[in-house]
Design a protein around this ligand. Structure first.
Ligand code: NAD
Length: 519
């Protein structure tokens, strides 16, 4: 019997709930039930499916306070963040899907230039049973942002929440059940990485994985055994570039929220700041001043900005990056005295010569830590920002939007935000995903919806009469060769050549059909 999965309050370490991990039999039963549910669900009209999404949206509003409470207590984040960054964007996703799915999931006509007598179109078809594996940092927003489009597109979902946030994961299935979705269409399967791996062995139609680069690699290797396609939403070390002309009050406030909301446990957190040498001192002073005003979670406090460290495992990453930085003489402007026994971490700002060679600047911290460095030209800023094996988001602060856009195009990132930070993870309309080791595939937006379907190509004659045998079929002959040779010449640039070649093509084709009917 595997160890129970324990949901704890990261502020206190107190047990909130205990769950049994799924057994091998339960995993295979979950898939069997999901397959049966999907067969029925995929026959429902899109309109009917979207009616269930409306029900869910109503239920979400009805249960919002309870869900906020669970998210906040199990994850350690402020209640405001659970409301604004998890519940609200999911309500917006329901609205978005109701509006966009009818157009996005329509058959799409393909215009054929040569084969005018044929018709081709793309028919979006559900994939089947998809597996969604999620992390703990946004335990409601992230899975819901993938489960909702998956079911709207006609799929069933097997969902494995992080073992750290199982309680809210179980609530997600309840939400679908309460909203009248067919039983077993969305099933939460409880467990750790071993359960996640066993779920991939069941050959889902696709795996949507969000988590660390290391696990993403393992997931992809496992999925490769059965050639199961994967979407990978992985980690980041997102840079924020502050150009010389930036509004420093705006930029420092953005850096503060982008670096320290969710206690820095955000894949698109500002983890590196690259600031123009001429404004570096002023920027850093202002940022420091603001960072000092942030309040920490204390047991029972209703409002605070910096919550608890959700996962104990993260603490050793913080400690080792901070220790190395101290040993290499980095300069801590704030923080830097973190001890692994601490349940929360003060916002930490680190700088100094040589910072760019340290792990605190190069590897994902996933905590409230920002490493600051300088640059002297926009080109140098782009070069430094791109010096990373990650490529999730990048941020730019400037008053020159034209320059901002030109630089945005050179940055190696899935999204570049100008004079904004991180928040598009909560926008249902815009795509989310990375490049390089931050992963591939897109969630949210119409692109995310299209990840949940197979675009089947259907090709048919426009009319039944006349149904001709195709001229490239057997037998091969000199007439046939001459016809196709003339056809090739119709692609010439000059109009007279094309007209001549076209006449020749028709002439040869008629001869071929008259003298040598196709077999
Ligand atoms: P993690 O990789 O440790 O775990 C993620 C999920 O994978 C969990 O549910 C876990 O149980 C499961 N898992 C672990 N081993 C597995 C295996 N061998 N096979 C299948 N599943 C397995 O990540 P985490 O600590 O939960 O989350 C933090 C990471 O997630 C950070 O790196 C962060 O940047 C990343 N993240 C990325 C995004 C994004 O959208 N790009 C969003 C949030 C978090």
């Amino acid at each position: 019997m595997s160890a129970p999965i324990v949901s704890r309050d990261p502020h206190t370490g107190q047990t909130l709930k205990t769950f049994s991990p799924a057994t091998a039999q339960e995993i295979s039963d979950a898939y069997a039930r999901a397959r049966a549910a999907q067969a029925q669900w995929s026959q429902f009209s899109l309109r009917r499916r979207l009616q269930f999404v409306s029900n869910l949206s109503e239920n979400l509003l009805h249960h919002a306070d309870e869900l906020i409470q669970i998210i906040s207590s199990e994850n350690g984040k402020p209640r405001f963040e659970a409301l604004a960054n998890e519940i609200l964007p999911v309500a917006d996703t329901c609205k978005f899907l109701r509006k966009v799915a009818p157009r996005a999931l329509r058959d799409r006509e393909i215009k054929l230039s040569l084969m005018k007598h044929k018709r081709s179109y793309l028919h979006p078809q559900p994939l089947g049973v998809v597996l969604i594996i999620s992390p703990w940092n946004y335990p409601f927003l992230l899975p819901m942002g993938e489960i909702l489009p998956a079911v709207v597109a006609g799929n069933a979902v097997v969902f494995k929440p992080s073992e750290v946030t199982t309680w809210i994961g179980v609530k997600i299935q309840e939400l679908f059940d309460q909203s009248g979705f067919p039983p077993h269409l969305v099933q939460t399967v409880v467990g750790d990485g071993a359960v996640g791996s066993a779920l991939i062995d069941q050959k889902p139609a696709k795996v949507f994985f969000t988590g660390s680069v290391a696990t993403g690699r393992r997931v992809m290797m496992k999925a490769a055994e059965s050639l199961t396609p994967v979407n990978l939403e992985l980690g980041g070390k997102d840079p924020m570039i502050i150009l010389q002309d930036a509004d420093l009050d705006l930029a420092t406030s953005a850096a503060l929220w982008g670096g320290f909301s969710n206690a820095g446990q955000m894949c698109s957190s500002v983890e590196r700041i690259l600031v123009h040498d001429k404004v570096r001192e002023e920027f850093t002073g202002l940022l420091l001043e603001k960072a000092r005003t942030l309040t920490h979670s204390k047991e029972g406090a209703a409002h605070y900005e910096i919550g608890a460290i959700t996962l104990d495992r993260q603490k050793s990453i913080y400690a080792s990056q901070i220790d190395e930085a101290h040993a290499q003489g980095a300069k801590f402007l704030l923080g830097g005295d973190f001890k692994p026994a601490d349940r929360a971490m003060v916002p930490t700002l680190v700088s100094g010569d040589g910072i760019e060679s340290l792990s605190i600047y190069n590897e994902e911290t996933f905590g409230p830590v920002i490493a600051i460095t300088g640059f002297s030209t926009p080109a140098e800023a782009v070069k430094k920002a791109n010096q990373s094996h990650y490529g999730l988001n990048a941020y730019l602060y400037t008053r020159n939007l034209g320059l901002g856009e030109a630089l945005a195009k050179q940055l190696e990132a899935g999204s570049v935000l100008i004079n904004e930070v991180a928040y598009t993870a909560g926008l249902p309309e815009t795509p989310w995903g990375g490049v390089k080791e931050s992963g591939f595939g897109r969630s949210h937006s119409e692109l995310g919806l299209m990840e949940c379907v197979h675009l089947k190509h259907i090709h048919r004659p426009r009319n039944l009469f006349p149904t001709l045998k195709s001229p490239w079929w057997f037998p091969y002959s000199p007439f046939q060769y001459a016809t196709f040779r003339a056809l090739l010449r119709t692609y010439h640039q000059r109009l007279p050549d094309r007209v001549k070649a076209f006449a020749e093509t028709i002439w040869n084709a008629v001869k071929m059909l008259k003298k040598e009917p196709r077999l």
